[in-house]
Ligand binder design. Sequence first.
Ligand SMILES: C[S@@+](CC[C@H](N)C(=O)[O-])C[C@H]1O[C@@H](n2cnc3c(N)ncnc32)[C@H](O)[C@@H]1O
Length: 275
Amino acid sequence: MLKVDVITLFPEMIEGAVSHGVLGQAVKSDLLSVKAHTPREFTEDKHRTVDDRPFGGGDGMIMLAEPLKKTIEKVQHNTSKVVYLSPQGRTLNAAIAKEFSKEEHLIFICGRYGGIDQRIINEYVDEELSIGDYVLSGGELGALVIIDALARFIPGVLGHGESAEKDSFSDGLLEQPNFTRPREFLGQDVPEVLVGGNHKVIGEWKDKVSALVTLKKRPDLFREYIKVETEKYNSLKKKKTAAPIKELKEFFLNLPPQEREVLGLADLREEDFNV
Ligand SMILES: C[S@@+](CC[C@H](N)C(=O)[O-])C[C@H]1O[C@@H](n2cnc3c(N)ncnc32)[C@H](O)[C@@H]1O
């Protein structure tokens, strides 16, 4: 079981969020444990002070080092990875979430106010992690984002038939569009292949549509993907198919206009394949 300890001034934010949905199920099934700890527990003054003014002046308050040190030491052991949620860290992505899901014990430190005393980072933090290039008022939402994203990679957390490996980003591509009943809705029909029942054909079709959706929405990811696929293709001695980009373009050009429409690909153009 992956254990996560979150150090926060607002434990209720963490406890509330991990008791619902996929995370709630993961906790109930003992695949994940998430506990929140507050540095206020380690304050000795009557106001339970956890912050003070920064040396040298400046805006805002800084979280005191001593209560944080004591909270970290309460939960840390030799296999712990200590992560400080910070806008200055490496930016979270699916690969990092997957890497974190393999840890035994994670400690997330959530800053508030102007952040935490640098000496805590120097002494205890293995990694600073950001959830994007913007500033939040606290690390709690960041900690919850990473806990949610990593939990999806823990075997058994997602229900039968679901897999984080099929989600967007896992193979460098975005997921294809999905449809459920009814077959026809608002004058739009579900693509024919999806109701044909041939799972091999459906699988190959989904992979191609996924590549097209990525080309349309995230050409940066698509370029990386097609580079790798082209290298693989060029290293093959006997080539049974056309080059990946050519094959994909042919697949797109053969899609009936109403299917392009229902897949949200109506405005993709032949010249978009010149990557
Ligand atoms: C107002 S911010 C402090 C920002 C800090 N003064 C700076 O400019 O780097 C308070 C806390 O929110 C959290 N935080 C803010 N933005 C974040 C982000 N993009 N990713 C993760 N955590 C963030 C951090 O824990 C931080 O200590």
